[in-house]
Design a protein around this ligand. Structure first.
Ligand code: NAD
Ligand code: UFG
Length: 336
């Protein structure tokens, strides 16, 4: 299939492009580069031995999207494009609602008018809020999202399901990602955050390489085995492969599908720090800081549905995630 990747120059999209080509698909990327660098796609192209077609455009630009659909036969869309920083979304709610909602509306209208009715959407474990069931299954009710970013994911899930209910020819897959970390094993591609990282792993790697003085561990008084927050970290290449598996379900005309993409294992902040230090033989100085507003104690999934229905499961463990994150950071201390 030929797949349109919105936001495909970003962290998850660029790794997914590689998995698509490896599986015999091809891709076209549309990205406005608001949080990415096209070098990611050049490097992905080197890995797959093909130049990955890239259009610099905003998904909210209907004319540009019409051109993309007019000039390419698109069989399905993987919709990664969106703003994703939780804290920033609290400070700039309007920017987040405007970008994430409007980009999806314009995309869906362009898809409809060009007869493309297959979409995979990047959703997030954040839609479960403070989860009522651990490990989280897809049946766990959606919770109250404490930030505008999470609200956009939750609302867009509803929009996409309504579109499918109104026209059963649509196939809509909602992939709820847990915590993607790691990088391509080549060490040439990885996560490239702007400014001070919000997320744990890039903060750890930047501390290990000397860009940051020490990691702040946000709270050690949670109800977890060591008091620090527990998450379901998943290697970005495993996550990318989950999209290839979801495309097979679209080929089988799945209607609506909702899947957790995680490993099913929960690791605390200190578990991750210890694994990183052990695997890579580097120091990660840290100190305990107050809890971060909006954080929950524990979030990990039951990934059985994705295994049963998509035939997908994560292959990499926490040690490989730590190894590949470090390999990327130490080879590319300034990012792309
Ligand atoms: P990323 O920021 O690296 O990639 C998103 C890309 O979208 C960027 O390249 C950005 O330039 C682009 N973009 C944003 N708005 C756009 C617009 N209007 N038009 C065109 N391009 C636009 O983020 P990522 O980590 O690769 O995340 C991809 C998707 O997965 C996002 O939707 C994100 O919300 C979701 N997600 C990410 C995580 C995570 O922890 N990384 C977890 C759950 C869900
Ligand atoms: N943490 C620290 N110090 C840091 C950064 C994070 O101790 O400098 C802790 C957090 O408190 C949390 C854990 O590390 O306990 C993971 O935090 P991240 O910020 O890496 O990830 P979150 O689970 O908070 O959120 C991420 C994405 C969201 C997404 C969610 C679920 O940022 O967009 O995973 O997929 F919704």
């Amino acid at each position: 299939m030929n797949i349109l990747l919105t936001g495909g120059a970003g962290y998850i999209g660029s790794h997914t492009a590689i998995e698509l080509y490896k599986a015999g698909h091809s891709a076209v990327v549309v990205d406005n580069l608001s949080n990415s660098n096209p070098e990611s796609l050049r490097r992905a192209g080197r890995i797959v031995g093909r130049e990955i077609p890239f259009v610099r455009a905003d998904v909210r630009d209907r004319e540009a999207m019409d051109r993309v659909f007019g000039e390419n036969r698109i069989d399905a869309v993987i919709h990664f494009a969106g703003l994703k920083a939780v804290g920033e979304s609290v400070e700039k709610p309007l920017e987040y609602y405007e970008n994430n909602m409007n980009a999806t509306f314009v995309l869906l209208e362009a898809m409809r008018s060009h007869g493309c009715k297959n979409i995979i959407f990047s959703s997030s474990a954040t839609v479960y809020g403070d989860p009522q069931i651990i490990p989280i299954t897809e049946e766990c009710p959606k919770g109250h999202c404490t930030n505008p970013y999470g609200q956009t994911k939750s609302m867009l899930e509803e929009v996409l399901m309504d579109v499918q209910r109104a026209d059963r020819e649509w196939n809509v897959i909602l992939l709820r990602y847990f915590n993607p970390i790691g990088a391509h094993p080549s060490g040439t591609m990885g996560e490239n955050p702007n400014g001070i990282p919000n997320n744990l792993m890039p903060y750890i790697t930047q501390t290990a390489v000397g860009i940051r003085k020490e990691l702040g561990v946000f709270g050690n008084d949670y109800d977890t085995h060591d008091g620090t927050g527990v998450r379901d970290y998943i290697h970005v290449c495993d996550l990318a492969a989950g999209h290839v598996a979801a495309l097979k379900a679209i080929e089988r005309k799945c209607g609506i599908g909702i899947y957790n993409l995680g490993t099913g294992h929960g690791y605390s902040v200190l578990d991750v720090v210890r694994a990183f230090v052990k695997v890579n033989g580097v120091e990660v100085p840290y100190s305990i800081k107050p809890r971060r507003a909006g954080d929950i104690a524990t979030c990990y999934c039951n990934p059985a549905k994705a295994k049963a229905e998509l035939g997908w499961e994560a292959k990499y463990g926490i040690e490989e995630m730590c190894r590949d994150s470090w390999n990327w950071q130490k080879n590319n201390p300034e990012g792309y």
